[in-house]
Design a binder for this molecule. Structure first.
Ligand SMILES: Cc1cc2nc3c(=O)[nH]c(=O)nc-3n(C[C@H](O)[C@H](O)[C@H](O)COP(=O)(O)OP(=O)(O)OC[C@H]3O[C@@H](n4cnc5c(N)ncnc54)[C@H](O)[C@@H]3O)c2cc1C
Ligand code: SF4
Length: 218
């Protein structure tokens, strides 16, 4: 009999692994707590490294996952979880019971709360925004200061909340340098007369085609 895997989290990681498992004949139940899949990338405008729209990526993954072998449960969480002798037993918030041979947790991440780094003034000063806020501005098609004027000079501060002993995060997040580079390019496209500066410790371009994007930004 075909194996059954429960994946918790329908972001790009959960969607990708669901598609790969279904391809090799494994039945998948994909559990997503929100009403739609895609996770955090729903909030981003265009994606590095190839600047595709995030909606395009999610539509593509959703299409693959609408095929045989994958059952998607949106607005769903796992409320009870027990390990049996050779399987896992779960109950959803709607009282549905599930048995799985394996469980994959792909619940993703929450954004660092920028206000914790009060020295940068997020939540204190006007016009200090996070990279996620900037993605919202791109999606809305307007980059404006609080008073409605167009910014002339923009600084992108790297490593806010990462590589930082004071907040207890010693690690490098690996994706924010390339995010800043992508956003620098987009800022200049939206505001061709602006000056954009990146303030960084190192530029870490740790993925395929990230270095190319960095060169394009330069
Ligand atoms: C500002 C910014 C810009 C970025 N830009 C890019 C980019 O241009 N290109 C790129 O490749 N990457 C980009 N990234 C990184 C990208 O967002 C992540 O790599 C990606 O979202 C990780 O996907 P994930 O599925 O692991 O997690 P998530 O996107 O966090 O998805 C997790 C999913 O699990 C669900 N979930 C959580 N808990 C539960 C639960 N208990 N039960 C059920 N469901 C649950 C959530 O609702 C969510 O749908 C960016 C990141 C940031 C912060
Ligand atoms: S070095 Fe770059 S990728 Fe690493 S935490 Fe700092 S900004 Fe993020």
């Amino acid at each position: 009999m075909s194996k059954h895997v429960v994946i918790i989290g329908g972001g790009v990681a959960g969607l990708e692994v669901a598609g790969q498992l279904a391809k090799v004949g494994i039945n998948v139940s994909l559990i997503e707590k929100e009403r739609k899949t895609g996770g955090n990338i729903n909030n981003w405008f265009r994606l590095f490294p190839d600047r595709r729209r995030s909606s395009e990526v999610i539509e593509y993954l959703d299409k693959i996952n609408s095929g045989k072998g994958i059952k998607l449960h949106t607005n769903t969480t796992i409320e009870k979880f027990n390990r049996g002798r050779s399987n896992f037993l779960m109950t959803t918030n709607e009282g549905k019971e599930m048995t799985a041979d394996a469980v994959i947790v792909a619940t993703g991440f929450d954004l660092f709360k920028s206000a914790r780094k009060e020295e940068y003034g997020y939540g204190i000063y006007d016009n200090v925004i996070s990279s996620a806020d900037l993605e919202t501005m791109f999606s809305n098609g307007k980059i404006l200061l609080n008073d409605g004027n167009i910014p002339e000079t923009i600084g992108l501060v790297h490593c806010v909340g990462s590589r930082d002993e004071k907040v207890g995060n010693f690690y490098c997040s690996k994706l924010c340098c390339v995010t800043a580079v992508k956003q620098a390019i987009e800022l200049r496209e939206f505001l061709p007369d602006s000056k954009v500066f990146c303030f960084y410790m190192d530029m870490r371009m740790g993925g395929a085609f990230y270095e190319e994007l960095y060169r394009e930004a330069q």
